[in-house]
Design a protein around this ligand. Structure first.
Ligand SMILES: Cc1cc2nc3c(=O)[nH]c(=O)nc-3n(C[C@H](O)[C@H](O)[C@H](O)COP(=O)(O)OP(=O)(O)OC[C@H]3O[C@@H](n4cnc5c(N)ncnc54)[C@H](O)[C@@H]3O)c2cc1C
Length: 476
């Protein structure tokens, strides 16, 4: 969809200033810079201005102006997108619509286990507000200190709690959205049951800003766990991880809160590159699982359940060794080993990243196949596989061979990705498990998504955004 360049820059800028005031506009190059580059540094865009409305009414007026003057809009929350979704293109015709000033917790309803927040509230602050009322908001991910809830919903974020509580999509009761023509849809309802036709909120969740702007949401809360037990276990291989996960779910009556897989290569990178990182186990093993179980009861029973699970798994040869966290600090140290993998990998030369999913039961098969085939594309390429394997989600990243030829590795990047994504497609998996599509994977989506599904997506897009002003060139 192309957009006619009809805009008189000055008229547009004056109109926006009238709506949001001086505080709501950033147009000096140095101040704009942080909004124009993506988290991974893959894209460096340009924009007419950064617009920072402070209320839903202001968002509405800004979108109305953009729609009338055909100015494309790139919504932005915390700008932690890992696929360039929140970064404008290089041509400079777009505005970035930053939601950071819509940052109020509107209300908490502990009896309804619900919280209503504006789109610009930082994810960690949503968690804190819930905790102040003895409730849990279970969405949790590495970027939670920066990412904002509107961005989390727009990317249908996953993270470490999906196994137990679901994706962002599963945690939403209601949303408020401003449509591209400025109309506000107030769908802020805290209902568990509402069977009145199409579930419209789900259209905007995971839409990556291509259909409208989420300005507020009602989120589900849960009882705060009273007990939490965490183990770092060495396993005989990825197959053992899947078997252990299955046993853990059964034995604990589905109290598994997180189940993360880490192969030895990424762990070694962390031990080498992250100051203070220590291997919790005495010997090196090929495969590890970070297992966390939680319960609303604090009677010591949970610890016993975890220990029995591990003891049986050791007896059966699934688990080779394990450490159970003895303190909050030790638990933090275990998680740090998992969460600093991307940081450690940055120091290990060129890399290519894939965020894929396959059915949980086939994750080990996927890792084995993809590792073998990648090696046949670039011999010695290092497989940095880790992730939320409890959801079948593997971050299957590839680092260049140690001491290898970086230019040669980069030249084969597309072949590596094609190899991996083809395997994923053959296994009925997804080429984007949780990070979204954005700009980075748009062409991959077009390659793998069935034509009928793409056509439906385009029809929805043109029905809601006929002038194509919302984040054009992303997703579809
Ligand atoms: C260290 C680190 C760890 C991460 N771990 C995970 C993880 O485990 N799981 C996971 O799923 N993701 C993860 N991510 C990715 C990222 O944090 C998520 O995609 C996050 O949900 C994005 O939130 P944000 O506010 O930064 O959104 P942004 O990056 O600002 O925007 C993301 C997309 O949403 C759109 N958007 C933003 N706000 C709105 C709005 N209010 N209305 C409409 N559209 C909007 C943007 O246009 C863009 O397309 C991680 C990122 C980092 C940096």
């Amino acid at each position: 969809m192309t957009i006619a360049a009809t805009t008189d820059t000055d008229v547009f800028a004056r109109r926006i200033r009238t709506i949001v005031g001086e505080r709501g506009v950033i147009d000096q190059a140095t101040d704009m810079a942080p909004y124009l580059v993506d988290e991974r540094g893959y894209y460096r865009g340009s924009a007419r201005m950064i617009v920072r409305p402070a209320s839903t009414a202001e968002v509405s007026q800004v979108l109305r102006a953009c729609n009338e003057m055909r100015v494309p809009v790139v919504p932005q929350g915390g700008n932690t997108s890992l696929c360039g979704g929140a970064t404008p293109f290089e041509h400079g015709n777009e505005i970035v619509l930053s939601l950071v000033r819509l940052n109020r917790v509107r209300s908490v309803d502990p009896l309804n286990y619900a919280i209503t927040v504006e789109a610009g509230v930082i994810l960690a602050d949503v968690q804190k507000a819930a905790a102040e009322h003895d409730r849990l908001f279970p969405l949790s991910l590495g970027g939670e200190g920066t990412a904002r809830i509107g961005g989390n919903l727009s990317t249908n974020a996953g993270g470490t709690g999906v196994l137990r509580y679901g994706n962002a999509r599963d945690l939403v009761l209601g949303i408020e959205v401003v449509l591209p023509d400025g109309t506000v849809w107030d769908g802020l309802r805290g209902l568990r049951k509402d069977n009145t036709g199409y579930d419209l909120k789900q259209l905007f969740i995971g839409a990556e800003g291509t259909l409208g702007v989420i300005t507020a949401t009602v989120l589900k809360l849960y009882p705060r766990p009273a007990a939490l037990e965490t183990a770092f276990a060495a396993l005989s291989g990825p197959e053992a991880a899947i078997e252990l996960l299955s046993r853990a779910r059964k034995r604990t009556d589905d109290k598994v809160a997180a189940f993360e897989l880490i192969l030895r290569t990424p762990l070694e990178m962390v031990l080498r590159r992250i100051p203070g990182a220590r291997d919790p186990l005495a010997k090196a093993y090929s495969t590890y699982a970070l297992v966390e179980i939680s319960s609303g009861r604090d009677d010591g029973g949970l610890r016993a359940e975890l220990e029995v699970l591990l003891a049986e798994a050791i007896e059966d040869g699934l688990v080779k060794d394990a450490a159970v966290a003895e303190s909050a600090q030790q638990r933090k140290d275990f998680w740090r080993l998992r969460e600093t993998i991307p940081e450690a990998q940055k120091h290990e030369g060129a890399s290519i990243k894939h965020d894929v999913s396959v059915p949980v039961s086939r994750t080990a098969e996927f890792i084995a196949k993809a590792s073998r085939d990648v090696d046949s594309v670039v011999a010695g390429a290092r497989i940095v596989a880790f992730g939320h394997v409890g959801d079948g989600n593997i971050h299957f990243n590839i680092s260049e061979p140690a001491g290898g030829d970086t230019a040669l590795f980069r030249a084969r990047a597309e072949d590596i990705t094609r190899t991996i994504h083809d395997i994923v497609a053959r296994m009925d998996g997804s080429i984007s498990a949780e990070h979204g599509i954005g700009r980075y994977k748009r062409d991959e989506l077009a390659h793998y998504k069935p034509a009928i599904a793409l056509d439906l997506m385009r029809r929805i897009k043109s029905a809601i955004d006929p002038n194509g002003i919302m984040n054009p060139g992303k997703v579809v």
